[in-house]
Design a protein around this ligand. Structure first.
Ligand code: DAH
Length: 339
């Protein structure tokens, strides 16, 4: 029996297999119930007592050697199996879902680009503002209704600290610290205490433009507005100015563009007038220049302000303002092809 055991030890030490199936066949041959080693264990019963110790040890040695050998063959083949069959270098890469730019970001960037071509640079200011920059410096009377709790979100129960209601606040911040010529465009988020509906939200986005220098005239404003409207909505676009009122401009106007849906013929969108309103503008009131430390006998300026949601609605017909802040990917995905 000892001889048989030694022979098997020799045989098993030299075992090799090319596949996992091959290893399994070897396991069956040596270690299964009817395998060579199990049969030897069965015969062990007949070994004379005085030899049991020596043969028993040898048998255990054989069994351990066989299981170790088979396990190690299995492991080597499993690793090889992984590297050889699981990686297919010819497969195309898995596609990952690419995000899209938010429509408001797209339109804001487009507006900034148009004004950049006229030499305007971006200026930003804080969303949490003080009364001076949002109202007083801009010539709002102390009892102006815009300061009313209905419109403005006040912070810390202080009537002085508030969420800005328009980006015109950036005008006064820049004028306070900059010597003309000033040519800035101020994009940003603004807040108003409005009930949320399809046409109003408690926050939205505005872009303000300001140009202050010697001899800036209303004609400069008109030409800038026409350039902007035609770059944004196409070369056929017409503009018209209607007199209006803002505390910080004199004279003030509101600008309409010819309806970009019906081309000015009249449709439901423009309520059959052929025109749609897009922004407010005017010549900077001399009081505002003086409040910000700019000599109004030497310098003049124009300003304009528009709502980014409004422009986006005109460009992409988004009827419900709430879509902009709900982050519904089906809505956002619609802007994938833009830019
Ligand atoms: N700040 C105004 C608003 O929130 C918009 C505006 C109107 C800005 C006329 C201007 C302007 O600069 O000249 O409704």
């Amino acid at each position: 029996m000892l001889e048989k055991i030694s022979q098997l030890i020799e045989e098993i030490s030299n075992l090799n297999a090319k596949s996992l199936e091959g290893v399994e066949a070897l396991r069956i041959k040596y270690l299964s119930k009817k395998g060579h080693i199990s049969l030897l264990f069965n015969d062990f019963r007949n070994v004379p007592n005085e030899q049991k110790k020596v043969i028993g040890q040898k048998l255990n040695e054989l069994k351990n050697l066989a299981s170790e050998k088979i396990n190690s063959l299995k492991e080597t083949l499993a690793v090889a199996d992984d590297t050889e069959t699981d990686i297919d270098l010819t497969r195309s890469a898995a596609t990952s879902h690419l995000g899209t730019r938010h429509p408001l970001s797209l339109v804001r960037q487009e507006i900034i680009d148009i004004f950049a071509r006229l030499g305007f640079t971006v200026a930003e200011g804080p969303e949490i503002e003080d009364d001076w920059h949002v109202f007083s410096s801009l010539n709002f009377a102390d009892d102006h209704p815009a300061r009313d709790m209905q419109d403005t979100f006040f912070i810390q129960r202080s009537p002085d600290i508030l969420l800005r209601t328009h980006t015109s606040s950036v005008q006064s911040r820049v004028m306070e610290v900059t010597k003309p010529p000033i040519r800035i465009i101020c994009p940003g988020r603004v807040y108003r205490n409005e009930a949320i509906s399809y046409r109003a939200h408690c926050f939205f986005h505005q872009i303000e433009a300001l140009y202050v220098d010697e001899n800036v005239s209303f004609a400069d404003l008109k030409q800038t507005l026409l350039y902007f409207a035609q770059e944004m909505f196409g070369p056929e676009t017409k503009i018209r100015l209607r007199p209006s009122y803002f505390p910080f401009t004199e004279p003030s106007a509101e600008m309409d563009i010819s309806c970009n849906l019906c081309g000015g013929k009249g449709c439901n969108f423009c309520k059959h007038t052929g025109w749609v309103e897009i922004l407010g503008c005017g010549m900077v009131d001399p009081n505002v220049l003086e409040s910000c430390g700019i000599d109004s006998s030497k310098y003049t300026g124009f300003a304009l302000g528009m709502g980014v949601e409004r422009i986006t609605n005109l460009k992409y017909r988004v009827k419900d303002l709430r879509m902009f802040s709900e982050n519904d990917v089906r809505f956002l995905d619609e802007f994938k092809s833009v830019h």
